[in-house]
Design a protein around this ligand. Structure first.
Ligand code: SF4
Ligand code: MG
Length: 298
């Protein structure tokens, strides 16, 4: 492994219980919302990794998911709809020593922000992206989203949909994410484990958390997600991309959702590649975004 890959500069550790990662702001989602499970899983993962809140940046777009950073003790940015990815990219490149976490919904990430998703993955930007996937637009009261089931009736599809849903994990596997996992948000133990591993992964970690919206999605309930769970067993080879895609396709054929770590690999991150560029082209020893900007000036 190269020296660049070994440099885990993104982890500043402290010892704190998960409750100490909770911001004083009271969390406010509807009763029974799956996003509470996402929040609990994230707080536990932060505690288990021991991330220093002073080096944590929590970033979201718009949607019920967009509230999550308010509830986490961290620096936080509630950005424009679909734009958490570009904002987080800027933060990560300017300060590679920070831990950057995006929390966003299915509409925010894959509809309005869909143009950004392949580039976060292919560039292997060192961050953790938690998709809070409830297969519906919750904040705007129940329109169909890119991950809604075709047959779901919503205010925008009163007779059912006419479009096949997008598959976030297959999408991310295809575009080169170096860590791809999925879990039901109600399985907080598994969700927190996958988030923890994703945070410790150097590269773009994508975790799809299936999260029920009891207010606006009557089909994909907590019971449905729980019953559809297909836990990946120990025989699954997480280093095999074909095996990951096969596992998703096989589960889908049975109407189930694969839960667990699907795929993990290592390759240099964008900030590492830029550091190499600065060293080789500019003769600078250390990565510094300002030096790169200076180099680019005519
Ligand atoms: Fe959760 Fe749905 Fe309520 Fe939004 S509308 S807070 S996603 S239950
Ligand atoms: Mg949604």
């Amino acid at each position: 492994m190269s020296t660049a890959l070994q440099a885990q500069t993104h982890l500043h550790r402290v010892e704190l219980p998960s409750k100490d990662y909770k911001d004083d702001t009271t969390s406010f989602w509807c009763a029974g919302c799956g996003h509470y499970g996402v929040l609990t899983g994230l707080l536990r993962a932060l505690s288990e990794v021991g991330i220093d809140p002073n080096y944590l940046v929590s970033i979201s777009g718009i949607g019920c998911s967009g509230r999550l950073p308010y509830f986490v003790r961290s620096y936080k940015m509630h950005t424009l709809h679909g734009r958490a990815g570009p904002v987080a990219t800027g933060v990560q490149l300017a300060r590679p020593d920070l831990n950057v976490v995006i929390t966003g919904g299915d509409g925010d990430g894959f509809s309005i922000g869909g143009g950004h998703m392949p580039h976060l993955a292919r560039k292997n930007i060192n961050m953790t992206y938690i998709l809070m996937d409830n297969h519906v637009y919750g904040l705007t009261k129940g329109q169909c989203s890119p991950t809604s089931r075709k047959e779901m009736k919503t205010p925008t599809t009163p007779y059912g949909g006419v479009e096949a849903p997008l598959d976030p994990v297959l999408y991310m596997l295809t575009y080169g994410a170096t860590y791809v996992a999925q879990a039901f948000a109600g399985n907080v133990k598994l969700a927190s484990q996958l988030i923890k591993d994703g945070m410790e992964h150097k590269g773009f970690a994508f975790i799809n958390l299936l999260s029920q919206c009891p207010s606006f999605n009557e089909m994909d309930t907590a019971k449905h997600f729980k019953n559809a769970t297909a836990i990946l067993d120990d025989s699954h080879d997480v280093s095999d991309l074909d095996a990951a895609m096969h596992a998703v396709n096989m589960a889908r054929r049975e109407g189930r959702e694969p839960n667990g770590l699907l795929y993990k690999t290592e390759r240099p991150t964008l900030d590492q590649n830029m550091a190499e560029l600065v060293k080789n082209v500019g003769g600078h020893k250390d990565y510094d975004l300002r030096k790169i900007i200076d180099l680019a000036r005519p």
